[in-house]
Design a protein around this ligand. Structure first.
Ligand code: AMP
Length: 481
């Protein structure tokens, strides 16, 4: 944050870091006049050779600020003197020059062989680790999507408002220690004595969710309502998952991702503190605002008005906006569905859950091979058949979310059993156009459901198309009456 526009330089272990396609600075927002920059240093698939100290130097003609964070990506998977683990790193330009000198050719070939051996060993270890951890960690963040198999692994070292903030506390470990601004990056610790539970909001797969009042969260108000997610029966490994996931949640900050305030770890149960979204999950909200609201047993209150087309488009555009953000971080959600979105005051919708809702919506998941639960009705053929989850498979799920919105929260393929639904999806059958859905919106759904992942629409285009439709909603006549 600086005026005039500051320049940004990264050092790695004290030497200037040369950016390339695997290590690069990416700005997420820029104030326009260049005085405020928000962004990250991205490291694509970092390994132990990227461990070290990362220093950010920000300077303009008025001054300079420097901060260093240490990055520990993984332990060296090799024995200390294992030749496979030692990768010759070119130190100067001449090392990189390919000449006809036979010695240098031998050198290049041995580097290539070394790299190939290393890559194979690394992939093997990653596959073993991912299989061991399972696809999903205790708190539901998709570890393999974060640790990247096919997906890009982007670990971000953020520098939002770098330089103007006080030094971080030293309580945190892992990713959070990379970042210097406690307000943005370090996992905040909230004191138990600041939390007063009010009542239960629901139950997720990992514990109860409560409405609570929390003091000292923001300087503008002394108490605010929050949702507290508790972790029951924490052991050492669930504690580690908990810490790691809190660090990841801290990094996800966007107006359409539910805000994560921090953790409460003094005493039991461990808890995560989120912003409170008054109207709960979007699936329940859609049903309560649909034609069947009256007959749904849970709606004891008088039926609320049915959602209008502009409102549905507004809901969809907000989820798309959150997905644009996740895609920009190469974060694959894997379980995008209306049950995992939350609705707040004024029809604000946010992606609110990274897969913790398996208990209440257990019929939305298909149990395969013991513990794994898959949301098959939201999954494209390649995820069902090969467990391949990518940004493109998230797009498919987004199409299903659109369908859910326009059917007021119906379950996709509700008329079919899990195995019948799998058959339909893999054979290429599409969900039908909902009665209240204009053709412009159904075209978007179909753009998400292309069998070939690369042919699917990209989330940025879907988002801008939805924004256009919000501005000029199509005229829709429900000719069926
Ligand atoms: P989860 O464990 O995320 O599935 O949460 C269980 C239920 O608690 C959800 O279905 C929501 O109705 C409710 N809930 C979760 N998070 C929040 C929140 N931030 N604000 C309000 N209600 C929430």
């Amino acid at each position: 944050d600086g005026n005039p526009e500051p320049s940004i330089t990264w050092l790695y272990n004290g030497k200037e870091l040369k950016e390339n396609m695997y290590t690069y600075t990416q700005l997420i927002t820029d104030s326009g006049d260049g005085s405020v920059k928000h962004g990250c240093l991205f490291l694509d698939k970092p390994t132990h050779i990227n461990n070290g100290n990362y220093t950010l130097i920000v300077q303009n003609k008025l001054g300079r600020d420097v901060a260093t964070a240490s990055g520990m990506f993984m332990d060296n998977p090799f024995e200390p003197f294992d030749p496979e683990g030692i990768i010759p790193v070119p130190t100067n330009k001449s090392d990189l020059d390919v000449t006809e000198n036979p010695e240098s050719r031998v050198f290049v070939v041995s580097v290539a062989v070394g790299l190939a051996v290393f890559t194979c060993a690394f992939l093997l270890i990653m596959v073993l680790v991912i299989n061991k951890c399972g696809q999903r960690s205790k708190f539901g963040i998709h570890r393999s999507s974060v640790l990247g198999t096919e997906d890009d692994l982007a670990v971000s070292l953020r520098f939002m408002n770098f330089g103007t903030s006080p030094p971080s506390s030293d309580e945190d470990s892992g990713l959070s220690s990379f970042v210097e601004n406690p307000q943005y990056f370090c996992v905040q610790h909230i004191k138990r004595q600041d939390i007063v539970l009010k009542w239960e909001l629901g139950e997720g797969a990992f514990g109860k969710v409560y409405l609570a009042e929390c003091a000292n969260l923001s300087p503008d108000c002394d108490k605010m309502l929050v949702a507290i997610k508790t972790l029951k029966d924490a052991n050492e490994s669930t504690r580690q998952d908990f810490q790691r996931e809190a660090e990841l949640l801290t990094m996800l900050q966007h107006q359409h991702i539910v805000r994560f305030y921090g953790v409460c770890t003094d005493g039991e149960p461990l808890a995560m503190v989120f912003e409170y979204m008054r109207h709960g999950d979007l699936n329940r909200f859609l049903r309560a605002h649909g034609p069947d609201a009256r007959i749904l047993e849970e709606s004891k209150m008088p039926p609320l008005g049915q959602l209008t087309l502009p409102q549905m488009l507004h809901i969809a555009a907000q989820i798309a906006s959150g997905m644009v953000y996740l895609a920009s971080l190469h974060f694959v959600h894997r379980d995008l569905a209306t049950r995992n979105c939350l609705v707040g005051e004024g029809l604000v919708v946010k992606i609110g859950d990274f897969g913790m809702s398996r208990d209440i919506y257990s019929t939305d998941y298909y149990r395969v091979g013991g513990r794994t639960m898959l949301p098959i009705r939201w999954m494209p053929p390649e995820s069902i058949m090969y467990r391949k989850f990518t940004t493109e498979s998230d797009i498919w799920s987004f199409g299903v979310v659109l369908w859910e919105i326009f059917t007021y929260g119906k379950q996709p393929w509700y008329q079919l059993s899990n195995s019948e639904a799998i058959e339909c999806i893999t054979q290429g059958r599409e969900l039908e156009r909902p009665r209240t859905c204009p053709k412009e919106v159904y075209l978007l759904m179909q753009g998400c459901w292309q069998r070939e992942p690369q042919q699917r629409m990209v989330i940025k285009d879907i988002h801008s198309r939805l924004l256009d439709l919000v501005k000029n909603p199509p005229v829709y006549l429900d000719i069926l009456g």
